[in-house]
Design a protein around this ligand. Structure first.
Ligand code: GUN
Ligand code: ZN
Length: 442
């Protein structure tokens, strides 16, 4: 993917935004509290959609060329836009479907919902709703599953492109153990994927992700094709699911009797490497973690989904001990919210159940720079350091009466961040900016 280029002529080249600014420069769990840039009264200077300068307002305001309007968000908190590293855009309407765990949930709710994306008009309308919902929730970049229909990926790429969002998606590859109307019959998956890569990968802010749903629904031939495609095009992503549910893990083991572990299936088919992002990774062991870290693959931690489907508790401490890249995923529609704030709040609880502590700074790191590092996009997004793309979110500490009351008790930035992730949701998103331009305001 290329860096975002200059703003079109109808957009002013220079913009300034004022408020409390926070971004991470490294993982606070590894590098300590110094791994952040924090300006209580800060100014972001944006030139042609990129951060030109960031620092205290007192220093930067006097240098501001005459005529540059300042978007004033004093009293609110400006953070890099959230990065959702695992979500299914075609499952918006499956959210809140009760009573099942993974495999029966797929059959009962998800496959029928995804089948509707054979209709292109429907796919286009859903893609618009999805992108708008992401922006309303402060999410500016996503790694998203489309459906098996190539037109569903076209629809999401086009919707994101119209909004100038960073979006990585791909058509689902699935050729067995799935309904006929969602099946890549006759090896069409590879040809269709190739055509989509040629059409979209690296265009503006878009990237293609080879998308084998999970090894249960792809034949060996299709898994091989996915690995081949992943190796063939530079900068391509790969997204899938790994070790989410115990019944699923047992099923995969029966299908692949010779492998050491579920992860080994991806490795054997050449699907493990930088820019492969595997969701869940609950039922894995330390050898798997070491292997993922060594390969440069990333885990998407999807707490609301893991709780909702009763899948299990993701072990962040073990992933961190092995140095695996980790980002946050909402995994809607198994996940119960597109809000990254709610997702972080649930992550805290998942870790509490295992005796682990998720600090607020670490949580917001995972939702921003951690996600960018998982996608190898940290030179472009995930922070507000000069040169980065000016995608950011403005959080409102008075979003609700209760949040305002609780915020008033906070003495530190970490306490305020913790209130946002525990009590916040889409109502706390005051504004969302893409390449320096407000695309959502409450
Ligand atoms: N595993 C295979 N497909 C899916 C899916 O759509 N959602 C989740 N959560 N897990 C999966
Ligand atoms: Zn998923």
């Amino acid at each position: 993917m290329t860096k975002a280029n200059s703003a079109p002529p109808d957009r002013p080249p220079l913009r300034a935004v004022r408020g409390e600014i926070l971004y991470f420069t490294d993982d606070p769990a590894v590098a300590g509290a110094g791994a952040q840039a924090h300006f209580p009264d800060g100014l972001l200077l944006i030139r042609n959609g990129l951060v030109d300068a960031v620092g205290p307002s007192a220093e930067l305001l006097p240098q501001l060329p005459a005529g540059v309007a300042v978007d004033d968000h004093r009293g609110k908190l400006i953070l890099p836009g959230f990065i959702d590293t695992h979500v299914h855009y075609a499952q918006l309407d499956v959210i809140a479907s009760p009573g099942e765990q993974l495999l029966s949930w797929l059959q009962k709710y998800t496959f029928p919902a995804e089948a509707r994306f054979a209709n292109q008009e429907y796919a286009e309308a859903e893609a618009d709703v999805f992108c708008d919902e992401l922006l309303r929730n402060g999410t500016t970049t996503a790694l998203a599953f489309a459906t098996v229909h190539p037109g569903s990926a076209d629809a999401l790429f086009a919707a994101a492109r119209r909004r100038r969002m960073r979006m990585i998606t791909g058509k689902v590859l699935m050729d067995r153990h799935c309904p006929d109307n969602l099946c890549d019959l006759g090896g069409t998956g590879e040809t269709e994927t190739r055509a989509l890569i040629e059409r979209w990968h690296g265009r503006d802010r878009l990237g293609y992700a080879v998308t084998p749903r999970f090894p249960a629904t792809s034949s060996a031939a299709q898994m091989e094709a996915a690995g081949r495609l992943f190796a063939e095009y530079p900068g391509l992503f790969l997204q899938s699911h790994l070790a989410e549910n115990r019944e699923e893990v047992a099923w995969i083991a029966r299908m692949h009797p010779g492998v050491r572990s579920y992860l080994d299936v991806f490795a054997r088919f050449g699907q493990l490497g930088p820019r492969s992002v595997l969701a869940h990774c609950i039922w894995i062991d330390d050898e798997d973690r070491a292997r993922m870290a060594e390969a440069g693959a990333a885990i998407s931690f999807c707490p609301t989904s893991n709780l909702f489907l009763g899948s299990g508790l993701f072990d962040l401490a073990r992933a961190r001990a092995h140095g695996v890249r980790v980002g946050m995923g909402t995994d809607v529609g198994a996940g119960t919210s597109l809000s990254m704030l709610q997702t972080l709040g649930e992550a805290y609880k998942v870790l509490q159940l295992q005796g682990q502590k998720l600090g607020a700074e670490e949580a917001f790191y995972l939702a921003t720079l951690g996600g960018a590092r998982s996608l190898y996009l940290d030179a472009c997004i995930g922070s507000l350091a000069p040169g980065r793309e000016a995608d950011f979110v403005v959080l409102d500490p008075a979003a609700t009466p209760l949040i305002a009351r609780r915020m008033a008790q906070c003495a530190t930035l970490a306490e305020r961040l913790f209130v946002f992730m525990t009590l916040g949701d889409d109502r706390a998103i005051h504004a969302t900016y893409i390449l320096g331009e407000a695309v959502w305001r409450r």
